[in-house]
Ligand binder design. Structure first.
Ligand SMILES: *Cc1c(COP(=O)(O)O)cnc(C)c1O
Length: 394
């Protein structure tokens, strides 16, 4: 039998076209074939750019990484991971060794807190959790073994603002890395590298991808060597995301600016609306005059106060249930940054492991809700909240 092209397995050459696609092609190929062993050698040596095996990197990951690099002003190509926690893990596990010490904000994302309190100590890495709005307290926690400070700009779910400029100055002075998880604020709200961050982390799952259909993370370091160490660690531990998820994220990010601006404008409106309702005890929004860190917010965020609003209604679980039941069309879901508004109830979800006393200390009662504002008609959204707050008060 004649061994024609058709009897070979792959790849089938694409039909010729003088014109090009306007959408980034999806490249699910796990392996890439090189012409010669010399060429492969040159690729592994970094003398020739080329993909080899997709755990080591693939075009769809690089396209998304470069898009976020441009938004963040990252000096080297960032690393994509299969979730935001992958990015957090790469930093906390990939850059530390037994005997080191790590400082974290005391209101970090729940899983990051868990890694700080469970996994790092198990590996011989000591941790301290400190209020990131209190630079003196962070300074007091620094030891000779301290390697890094991990903070979020806006805390979850009480939306307090970290003193990033103070922490950056402290980090420089003491030779400690400042790591900023910029998920809530996004590069549109806050340019972390410009404010002194050494490493920037994103859960791309949230606002950047924006449609709750992709899990993805991003991490980039100012220092080339640290950036390379992060990349090598994610490749070794298999944190590489799938090309399809990267492709979806790229698609979602095309509308990120528009989504962010719209959600933010509605959030500001909703915050004021909630504050005017009789059945609402307290509203927390960094753009409001009554926010406890109003000045810090204005310095760091300028006028980009983002899409997260928290509020509190009086009463206990019964009132919280009544609110949730009456809030028609809102998803009660422990996430944020979706095109649709989501509401979370920290006492029964993200902060359920905390004692009620500790929650009370942080200002999180049974009537405390966190809202991630989406893209609905603002007027309709305000009406839904009005009805639900009224129902809870009855
Ligand atoms: C969601 C989130 C993470 C974790 O991201 P995943 O993509 O869910 O793994 C980390 N930090 C913050 C601030 C988050 O909101």
């Amino acid at each position: 039998m004649k061994n024609d092209r058709g009897s070979l397995m792959r790849p089938t050459p694409l039909p010729e076209s003088a014109s090009r696609p306007v959408v980034t092609p999806l490249s699910p190929s796990v392996v890439y074939s090189s012409d010669t062993p010399d060429m492969l050698d040159a690729q592994y040596d970094g003398k020739l750019h080329g993909y080899t095996y997709s755990r080591e990197g693939h075009p769809n990951a690089d396209v998304v990484a470069q898009a976020i690099d441009r938004m963040e002003g990252a000096p080297h190509m960032g690393v994509m991971t299969s979730s935001g926690m992958g990015a957090v893990s790469a930093v906390l596990l990939g850059l530390t060794k037994a005997g080191d010490h790590v400082i974290g904000g005391n209101q970090l994302y729940g899983r990051s807190l868990r890694m700080m309190s469970e996994d790092l100590p198990r590996l011989g890495i000591e941790t301290s959790l400190v209020d990131p709005g209190d630079v003196a307290a962070v300074r007091a926690a620094i030891r000779p073994e301290t390697r890094m400070i991990l903070v979020e700009v806006v805390s979850n779910p009480t939306l307090r603002i970290a003193d990033i400029l103070g922490l950056a100055a402290l980090a420089r002075e003491t030779g400690v890395l400042l790591v900023v998880d910029n998920t809530f604020t996004t590069p549109r709200g806050f340019k972390a590298f410009d404010h002194g961050a050494d490493i920037v982390i994103h859960s791309v799952t949230k606002l950047l991808a924006g449609h709750s259909d992709v899990m993805l993370g991003y991490v980039a370091a100012r220092d080339a060597d640290i950036n390379t160490r992060l990349r090598v660690f994610t490749v070794t531990t298999g944190m590489t995301p799938s090309p399809f998820d990267c492709w979806l994220a790229e698609r979602g990010m095309l509308s990120f600016d528009l989504r962010f601006d719209r959600a933010q404008a509605t959030a500001a409106m909703l915050a004021d609306h909630l504050a005017g309702l009789k059945g609402v005890r307290r509203v927390i929004y960094p753009g409001r005059h009554d926010h406890p860190d109003r000045e810090q917010a204005a310095i760091l965020l300028k006028d980009q106060f983002c899409n997260m609003v928290s509020f509190e209604i009086p009463g206990g679980r019964a009132q919280a249930n009544a609110f949730a039941r009456a809030a028609e069309g809102l998803n009660f879901a422990p996430t944020l940054g979706d095109v649709g508004t989501t509401v979370s109830h920290p006492a029964s979800s993200s902060h359920r492991a905390m004692t009620p006393e500790r929650r009370a200390e942080l200002g999180m009662s049974e009537g405390f809700f966190r809202v991630s504002v989406g893209l609905e008609d603002p007027k309709v959204l305000c009406d839904v909240f009005t009805a639900a707050v009224q129902a809870a008060a009855e």
